[in-house]
Ligand binder design. Sequence first.
Ligand code: KIV
Ligand code: ZN
Length: 509
Amino acid sequence: MQRILIFDTTLRDGEQSPGASLTIKEKILIAEQLNKLGADIIEAGFPIASPGDFEAVRQIARQIEGPVICGLARAMDKDIDCCWEAVKYAKRPRIHTFIATSDIHRDEKLRKSKEEVIASAVRAVKRARSYCDDVEFSPEDAGRTSLEYMCDVVRAVIEAGATTINIPDTVGYTEPEEFGKRIHTLFEKVPEVRNVVVSVHCHNDLGNAVANSLAAVKAGATQIECCINGIGERAGNASLEEIVMNLKTRSDYFGVETGIITRELYKTSRLVSRLTGLEIARNKAIVGQNAFAHEAGIHQHGVLQSKATYEIMSAEDVGWSGDNIVIGKHSGKHAILALLEDEGYILNTRQSERVVEKVKALADKNKSVERDDVLAIAMDILGELPDKEQHIRLEGFAVTTGSGMTPTASVKLCINGQEKIGAGVGDGPIDALSKAVWSIIDPSVQLLEYNLKAITGGTDALADVSIKLKDAQGRIFSGRAVHEDVIRAGAMAIISGLNRVMNYSDIKK
Ligand code: KIV
Ligand code: ZN
């Protein structure tokens, strides 16, 4: 069977999802899991975009062995040079360069003629090939580019040395039949594409990303660019798990296969969701919580007689072990660790011990500990910064509130070894506490979002607080904390975010 290459761009296009920024450590964790999943190519980032992006690509290139490690570069000398500096450490590096080809992008954004765009594309590919044998080229907004011109560009960059041609539907504008025809025509009009890999990259603005990618496979494409959970710019990219399970479940129709180890899908999906903070809809195909749940009696009856009545693929095949794991007071360490492993949590021994300790401590307070409590605790422990990165520590706080009183708060912080005390009043206890913190920290950092979620149960539920901060340069940082005390959870989340802001300034120095 024809092998379809899976090019995962979760760490590049996926990370461009609003609010999904990842730390370098988090990107490495995801890259390790993508390797276990069997992704053929990992697009690790856009090295010129920021020092953090560069460093993430460099570290992934050094550490992840197996897949091709790819970096993105505009069709500009400085981008390509920078991209090579980051990917050159990989055993199998790739430079992916692109320039927009649609009239609207050429005229409005680039202000270049068709000939000038072809010249830039050819120059970029040649420069990339001077560093590396594996060079991918994308005519950005190909979905809205005239077919004839798109073919001219493709012909020229193959001649210049591109080894993969990627056709992106950048704004998710095309319809499946139309996109399939575009790929078909490309094979017809540019027979040279048979000597390179033809790839597609579809966005989901009209909800067609997966269907368009599959139509392209039918038309002869052999690489698909996609993201875990379908994350990405705006409405996202084609979802990797949906593409892979379509190709697998309907291999009778497509007649192709991928190298993806589908049992790793669920774990990978959970890991990406947890680290990006982008939640998965319960009814999301393949990895949503309801994907294998049968609610209606008639369905349950059918499934009990034979799973095939209502299930076209098995939950085990995507690595989903079901909702039936209950973590209770008497659960052993093994059950807790098995749950975490299933959910894609990668903890070292010390972190695992701490999760088990905290779960037991919570259970000892007579609280029924549920699956989501365990996950929240693990998440909290995984998000803890090492000692040297904790510039600010919460030493203590007091909050008073009540009917007819203005909520007030005082807070004691230790900032780089110096004790500071702040006070504030606010609309509620958490607002007062945040004002108290801001009375002593850098006012150019702003609190953008504050989200509070009760994990499970009643009034003794764990509080899970996630926040977003913006620094003076507009960079976004997140913070998170879990605690039984809702106000303490809020204070700890703010402080964890502030520490991330301070660490970033440290890296820059
Ligand atoms: O959507 C797009 O066009 C892209 C390119 C850089 C491939 O992400
Ligand atoms: Zn894209």
